[in-house]
Design a protein around this ligand. Structure first.
Ligand SMILES: C[S@@+](CC[C@H](N)C(=O)[O-])C[C@H]1O[C@@H](n2cnc3c(N)ncnc32)[C@H](O)[C@@H]1O
Length: 346
C-alpha cells in the first residue's frame, strides 16, 4: 500500500521516527522536503496517527500511474478514470509537487472535475461527500479518496491562505490550532500575549471574542479597521476593563510583565505567541492563569532554538503542570521552529 505523508517542515528526523512508529517497516518511494510517498504494509493508520506530533496527514493512495510529458492533463485524467470512483458527490483537490507544468493545481482540478462530470460522476465543491486527492509528484500521479466528514482538505498552505485576514503569517497558526484541537467558537474575553501585528487577535475578534492584546509592538490598526474590527491602545492596564466594553480589541502597549493580572477580566481563552524561551512563555501563562476560568483553554507556541523540540516541550509541560493539564502538543503545518501547546486550566 502507498501512503502520502505530509509532515512538519523543520523536524525531518522526528518526522521519520513518527512515520516508522505509525507505518512500521516502510520504504520512502519519493520525498520532497516534508512531503513523502511511502510504501508500507496496510496499517490501521487513522488510529495509530491519532496524537501524532509531527505528521499532519497520512493518507492511503488507491491508485497511481505515470504522467506523460506530451499529454500532461490527459494522462492525469486517465489515471483518475482508472480509479474506483464511488457513486458519491466528489470534491477534487490537487497537490502539485515539482511537476513544474503551466497549469496550476486549480486548473487541473477544474479540468478533471469537468471531465468526470461528462462521464456521469457527481462533482460538488459545496457539499461533497468524498474528497478525492490527487498528488502529482514529479511525473507520477497518485490518487486517493476520503470521506469529506473525515477530511476537508489536504494542503493547508492553500486552504488557510484563502481564509487569511492578511495581517501576518502567524494567522495560519491560530486557524490550524483551532481546527487541529477542535476549539469551539466561543464568546467572552481572550488574552493574547505577544500579539503584534495582530493576526491571532484579528482572527479571534472576527469570530466574536473580545481580545486583550499585549505587546510592545504595534498592531496593524489600518488593516483591523478595514476588517471592521475596532481597536484602542492603552499604556496602563488599569484601563482594560472599561475599554473592553467598547472595543473589539484593547491593545496594552507594553511587555506582559507590566500588566497587572488584577486588571484583567475573567478569561475564556488565553494565548501566547511570544518569541521567547519556553520558561518565559510558561511564566506568562502562569502569571495570568488565575484570570482564566476553570476548564478554560490556553494555546501557546513553544519556540525551539535547536532541533531538540521534545526538550523544549518538556520544559513547558513541567512548568505548567500545577495549573494546567496539557491536552496536546503538535507541530502545526505553519509552525516553523516551534510547536503549539494546547492546555486546559485545572
Ligand atoms: C511571533 S510574534 C506574534 C505574532 C502574533 N501572534 C500575530 O498573530 O500577529 C511575537 C511577538 O511577541 C512579542 N513579545 C516578545 N516578548 C514580549 C513580552 N515580554 N511581552 C509582550 N510581548 C512580547 C514581540 O514583540 C512580537 O510582536
Amino acid at each position: 500500500m502507498l501512503y502520502f505523508v505530509y509532515a512538519s517542515l523543520f523536524f525531518p528526523t522526528s518526522n521519520e521516527k513518527e512515520i516508522r512508529a505509525i507505518l512500521g517497516d516502510h520504504k520512502i518511494v519519493a520525498r520532497y522536503l516534508n512531503l513523502y510517498i511511502v510504501r508500507a504494509r496496510n496499517a490501521d493508520v487513522r488510529k495509530k496517527a491519532h496524537g501524532a506530533r509531527f505528521i499532519y496527514r497520512i493518507l492511503k493512495l488507491q491508485s497511481h500511474g505515470a504522467v506523460e510529458e506530451s499529454d500532461y492533463l490527459g494522462s492525469v485524467k486517465r489515471v483518475l478514470e482508472g480509479s474506483r470512483i464511488a457513486d458519491k458527490r466528489l470534491k477534487i483537490e490537487c497537490i502539485d509537487i515539482l511537476s513544474r507544468r503551466d497549469n496550476s493545481a486549480k486548473d487541473i482540478e477544474v479540468f478533471l472535475g469537468q471531465s468526470l462530470e461528462k462521464k456521469g460522476a457527481m462533482v460538488d465543491i459545496i457539499s461533497p461527500e468524498v474528497l478525492c486527492y490527487i498528488i502529482l509528484f514529479r511525473m507520477e500521479c497518485y490518487i486517493g479518496f476520503m470521506p469529506y466528514s473525515q477530511m476537508r482538505f489536504v494542503d493547508p498552505g492553500r486552504h488557510y491562505k484563502q481564509l487569511s485576514n492578511g495581517i501576518s503569517r502567524a494567522e495560519f497558526k491560530i486557524m490550524q490550532a483551532i481546527d487541529e484541537f477542535g476549539i469551539k467558537a466561543q464568546k467572552g474575553v481572550v488574552l493574547d500575549i505577544g500579539a503584534a501585528p495582530g493576526g491571532w487577535a484579528s482572527h479571534l475578534a472576527k469570530s466574536g471574542m473580545k481580545v486583550i492584546a499585549v505587546d510592545k509592538g504595534a498592531l496593524d490598526y489600518d488593516r483591523l479597521s478595514e476588517l471592521g474590527i475596532s481597536a484602542c491602545v492603552v499604556e496602563d492596564s488599569a484601563l482594560i476593563k472599561d475599554e473592553i466594553k467598547r472595543f473589539d480589541i484593547v491593545h496594552v502597549r507594553s511587555g506582559f510583565g507590566s500588566v497587572n493580572p488584577e486588571d484583567i477580566p475573567t478569561l475564556s481563552l488565553m494565548m501566547c505567541d511570544m518569541n521567547v524561551s519556553p520558561e518565559e512563555t510558561s511564566r506568562a501563562l502562569l502569571m495570568f492563569s488565575r484570570r482564566l476560568r476553570k476548564g478554560g483553554k490556553a494555546l501557546a507556541t513553544i519556540k525551539c532554538t535547536t532541533k531538540n523540540i521534545q526538550n523544549y516541550v518538556r520544559i513547558a509541560v513541567k512548568a505548567l503542570d500545577g495549573e494546567f493539564t496539557v491536552d496536546a502538543v503538535k507541530v502545526l503545518p505553519s509552525n516553523r521552529q516551534e510547536a503549539t501547546l494546547f492546555a486546559k486550566k485545572k
